[in-house]
Each structure stands twice: as C-alpha cells, then as structure tokens.
Design a protein around this ligand. Sequence first.
Ligand SMILES: [Zn+2]
Ligand SMILES: [Zn+2]
Length: 206
Amino acid sequence: MPSPVDSSLLCGNCPNAGTHRCSRCHNARYCSATCQRADWPLHAKICISFASLPARPGPNFKRALLFRANSPRPRFIWLEHRGSNYNPKLEDWIPCGTGCIDINCYRRLNRRLSNMINLTFDENFLGTYTTPNWSIAGIVGPQYAGRWRGDFIAQGFEGRWQTEHIVARDLDTMALGPIEDCLRFRSQNSMVEYCLPDDVEGEDMT
Ligand SMILES: [Zn+2]
Ligand SMILES: [Zn+2]
C-alpha cells in the first residue's frame, strides 16, 4: 500500500521531514544535525560505499545492497535484471537465493515505506555449516551472529507479488534503517511478523 508521503523524503532518524542531506554521500536525509549524529553509527556502514559506487552500467541495472557473510559491512552493487521488467539476476551474487523477507515499513519510526525492500538469502542458512553473516551482525549486534547465515542481498521494488505488477527500484542509504530494524526485531521475536501495529491481524501473538 503506497504511503501518502514519499518515505524517502523523511528524516532517517525521526518522523520529521528530511530537509538536510549527508555531505559525504548527498543521499541520506535528516531533519537536523542531532538526528544525523544519532544515525551516524549505522549510516557510516554504507555512506562511503554509496558515494563511491560507479555509474549505472546500463538501464537494466538497479542499485542493491549486498551483505556478504564474511564482510564487516554491506556494500552497494548494481544488480542486473533480464530485460526492463522485474527479473533480477540474483544468481550473479547469491547462488542459493531461495528464502526471502519483504519489508514494507520502518517499525521503529512507525513509517510505511513507499517502496518495498526484499531480502533474499539461502533459506537453508540455519545449517551450522554456513558462515554467520558478519555484515549483518555488525549492524544488529554480535549476539545475533548465529541467527543470520550466508550471503544476503537487499533490493527495492514497488508493487505486490500477488498482482504481478512489480517494478524494480534502486535502493539507497535510507534502506539500511528498516533493514536493521527488521533483522533486529526478527532476531528477538522469531514468531512475530515485522509490520506496523495497525497491520497486525488475527490473534495476538505476544
Ligand atoms: Zn530527525
Ligand atoms: Zn552519507
């Protein structure tokens, strides 16, 4: 469900409008220097990667975030799609991308996202043979290093899987807040869906 407000124009740390931008990447938005400082420990993980990403290789490439298991932080990549429709070549980056998590909100800020974020990973990652994902553990905390294993890729899209009208979107630095919040939430509440309180249906699982 699209938000009436473009969530990408809001502050990355509070509900206010994001009137200022990070001077390094010129992408992350904040309402104030106070909010920018508060978000810096997280934003610092990807600020330089965003700023130093080469130009888009072609029209069928979308900007995505790659969380390598053995890397200390995520980095931006260009994810190629087959043709101009949504059909990403995920296998270029993660060979067993069978599991996925869709993120449509930023729960901590009680915000609906204008574009969805999809996390794809090897759903057999709980096998202890798979390396803990240190780029995720570096964000959600080392105590959850064993919770997320193998490589993850995050990509942006608009639409719903059921309607089949899916449009690929670039991810930018503002995606890391909801990703961090969702993975931390799911680390702590494995049985509860990550959504806004208004969207909870059925029985109360708390
Ligand atoms: Zn703010
Ligand atoms: Zn920045």
